[in-house]
Design a protein around this ligand. Sequence first.
Ligand code: CTP
Length: 401
Amino acid sequence: RLGRMAESLSMRAYAVGGFVRDLLLGRTNLDLDIVIEGDGVAFMKAWEREGYRVSVHERFRTGMILFPGPRKVDVATARREFYEFPVAQPTVASDSLKHDLYRRDFTVNAMAIALGERDWGTLVDYFGGRRDLRRGFLKVLHNLSFVEDPTRVFRAVRLEQRLKLKMEENTVRLLTSCVRGGLLSLLSGLRVKSEVEILFHEALPLPAIRRLREFGAWEVLFPGLAVDSRTDRVVRRLTVFFRRLHRDLPPFEDSLWLVYLASLLFGSDEAVQRSVMDRLHLTPAERHVLSLSLFSLGAAENDLGGRGERRPSEICWALTGVPLAVCLFWAAATERQRIRRRLLLFLTRWHKVRPMLTGRDILDLGYRRGPLVGKILDALLTARLDGSVETREEEIQWVLD
Ligand code: CTP
């Protein structure tokens, strides 16, 4: 439909970038990027007239269309006046598309697939992306790729690890000089933050963290940072938790990357840790998670330790108000087995426990509105956590007693 719409406007549409790469690799990628040869803005407005939600950046001639699902399609324009371009022509090749693809980062990301009625599914591959993909090479499109955009250092490492590609020799050389030559350090804190966030959302961030260490990227980005065996150990534990407990762990979503960031900073001095937080312009909420993770581990170990058995409710009350992401970090960072086990039980089971009765039920049992209701609910929670009540009837009996 995208291709047909483009043709009805005398334009052409191509799927490009990561979508094409992942399609060739047989990997699912729900982010569809398309390039319109013609006028992307007019193309998006045509969808808008059909009732779809679009958001357009007139200045860059980019934007996105939201299809039901919801599925988002990002749209970019390969500039070319529409009258120059004969839709009927069967050949796919065209200068404007080539030019658009050439601005991209790696050969494997610089392929397109035609979406027109006649040429539907034709692969456009000017720079040998398919061959590199087949051989397992990650290769820059041209020697200025990292100079044009140093965030590509992160992208390179991410793609290399995720797709199990091997960075080609010249690409390694160019990446290294981008890092050592100081270009990487010129990136703004917000751009670094956004790349680090994406990196730490990868399924297995440890190899990428290590690879960036090999290139000296962490040290350049965050002077004084000690990414050492402590980081490895904590990240490895996190991986084990996710592998073994993923069904029972809560969804950490937006805070998960902070757990990895805390792991990265774990072995460094407090001054360095604080300067990284500043450099990344963390929000107060993000800072809170990170500071608690790094600076309160010792206190948490004191609260949660103890040789004998501790009742589940004691652990839960000790962790009241602590973000779950912080508990996860502490579970991975502590060297004390017993504390790790308690934190993991909290994360996988106890933190979800609630009494079956509600405040309303307590009032119905004859109590007056006021702080006592809250206290009864807390005491009920304690009883439930420690196994003194199981059914609703037992809870009612417990309150009446
Ligand atoms: N791109 C680029 N340089 C960048 C960012 C993006 O050349 N610094 C190009 C690449 O061709 C990439 C496309 O823009 O394929 C889309 O970018 P994005 O959606 O961020 O990346 P994907 O390749 O789709 O990767 P991912 O699977 O990690 O989202």
